[in-house]
Design a protein around this ligand. Structure first.
Ligand code: S6P
Ligand code: ZN
Length: 182
């Protein structure tokens, strides 16, 4: 990679070596939401986009950084807010989330099944230490846009989230979040 000064938003920045925009619709996430009737109805009614993200992965031999932007739309599937699949890193490496706009919650879960939930909004940073699986939830009324910066090569284990289950934000109500169903 070379020095860069770029605008970070929904779309990958032009002229840099980014992944294509990954769009996750509800049909891609059926296994991650609890209310299967709500999933079926919403998929049949148009299969809404839940979130989209892109990444610039550091591929050099040094100790660079990877980064990208995720945009989660506002909405609910049954009693759950729109959220990412969530994942554990497969190789050691930490990660940092910085909100650009909107309001969300980051849920963390470790090997001992301990759970933490952190507010994500402009002006706050969430630091994800090694060993903590993480899922991001949009519990606001606007799109939640956030920047992720992580150690290269950490990878993503999504299967473990399905195998062991993962908390959703309604299990851990946040003071500033909007009420479900609004
Ligand atoms: C990568 C970073 C984000 C997520 C993105 C989507 O390590 O944490 O770019 O990939 O927010 O979440 P998920 O759980 O579907 O990968
Ligand atoms: Zn991660």
């Amino acid at each position: 990679m070379s020095p860069a000064n770029v605008e970070l938003g929904f779309e990958p920045p032009a002229g840099l070596d980014s992944t294509p925009l990954q769009v996750r619709r509800l049909s891609d996430l059926q296994d991650y939401y609890a209310d299967k009737d709500a999933v079926r109805e919403l998929v049949a009614a148009g299969d809404p986009e839940i979130y989209a993200y892109w990444a610039i992965e550091y591929a050099g031999g040094g100790s660079g950084l990877s980064y990208g932007v995720t945009t989660i739309q506002p909405g609910v599937v049954g009693h759950e807010f729109y959220m990412t699949k969530g994942h554990y890193h497969v190789a050691p490496g930490d990660e940092m989330y910085l909100a650009v706009s909107g309001h969300g919650t980051v849920l963390l879960r470790n090997d001992a099944g301990e759970v933490k939930r952190y507010e994500l909004k402009p002006g706050r940073m969430v630091y994800i230490d090694e060993g903590w699986g993480h899922r991001t939830v949009n519990d606001g009324v606007d799109p939640l846009v956030f920047i992720s910066i992580w150690s290269p090569g950490t990878g993503h284990d999504y299967e473990r989230v399905l195998r062991e289950g993962f908390p959703t934000v309604d299990d851990y109500a946040v003071g500033e979040s909007r009420s479900l169903g609004q």
